[in-house]
Ligand binder design. Structure first.
Ligand SMILES: Nc1ncnc2c1ncn2[C@@H]1O[C@H](COP(=O)(O)OP(=O)(O)O)[C@@H](O)[C@H]1O
Ligand SMILES: [Mg+2]
Length: 265
């Protein structure tokens, strides 16, 4: 085998190119083509690398999601069956509005509220929105506020839980689309006054603040909230400042599921 030295490297590379690919590097035309190909090749590698980075980042958010009872939910718009409901037109309308809101979110960050009784399909359609946006390479994450409250209650005695909460706070503050699922349930379950524990309020307040630009009064990252509570109920549980930051103020961004029926088996 010929030894490769700096002196003969060019020669050997040229011979290899000629033998393996039939490319004559002494032919200026072929050399020009080769340079273009090398450039394309580099671009392809960069694209693959970027794609891997995107997928890795997407996975970090998705894998940190907190679902009710640790049961991940998956749902696509095509799984929505309007004829399951008595009011088929209304069922079509809510899904259509969610679909259009996801589209709008892709163009510009939005705050969206899906409200109505339990079992009417709010979480399912919110997941369909997340899936659609994830396909477009936006990062998405689901956090059940009930599970978050459960973690909060364990954080003092368990240092790992506090670390997890800190980690989640960073992700919840920065993810492109955050779904806060079953917002308000954490207030109505335990205490008489319905007021949500102060540490959870402060925690959510920090997250809300990183998702909006207070100076410019602009939404920076999208938030979808599902709730069984009325806005009035939410205001008795949470500081009105937090509610004002998290909930949408535009009527177009509020989807009311009131006319639908509980679909749970
Ligand atoms: N129109 C529908 N088509 C298909 N499945 C539905 C529909 N509405 C509700 N479901 C199913 O009913 C169950 C309850 O829905 P869910 O989204 O959890 O309701 P909510 O979040 O409003 O309590 C889920 O299993 C969901 O997939
Ligand atoms: Mg739900």
């Amino acid at each position: 085998m010929t030894e490769i030295t700096t002196r003969n490297a060019r020669q050997l590379a040229a011979a290899h190119l000629k033998e393996a690919y039939g490319i004559d590097v002494n032919d200026p035309e072929q050399l020009a083509e080769l340079k273009i190909n090398v450039k394309n090749y580099r671009k392809r590698i960069e694209q693959t690398f970027n794609r891997q980075n995107i997928l890795y980042k997407a996975g970090t958010y998705i894998n940190s999601s907190l679902f009710n009872g640790n049961q991940p939910i998956d749902f696509l718009f095509k799984n929505w069956k309007p004829d399951k409901q008595k009011d088929v037109a209304k069922a079509k309308e809510v899904a259509n509005r969610c679909f259009l809101l996801a589209k709008k979110m892709f163009e510009e960050p939005q705050k969206v509220l899906l409200s109505g009784k339990p079992g009417v399909g709010k979480t399912s359609l919110a997941m369909a929105m997340l899936n659609a946006l994830c396909e477009k390479d936006l990062t998405v994450m689901t956090v059940s506020t009930l599970e978050l409250a459960r973690l909060m209650s364990k954080r003092i005695e368990n240092k790992d839980v506090q670390d997890k909460l800190d980690y989640l706070q960073n992700l919840m503050g920065t993810v492109d689309v955050l779904l806060l699922d079953d917002f308000g349930t954490e207030g109505s379950m335990k205490n008489e006054s319905k007021s949500v524990r102060q540490d959870l309020q402060e925690y959510l307040f920090r997250i809300a603040n990183s998702r909006i630009d207070l100076n410019r009064n602009e939404v920076v990252n999208s938030t979808i909230i599902t709730t069984n509570c009325s806005s009035k109920d939410l205001e008795t549980m949470y500081n009105p400042k937090l509610i004002s930051r998290l909930l949408p103020h535009k009527a177009d961004n509020i989807v009311d599921f009131t006319a639908l029926e509980d679909m749970r088996v």
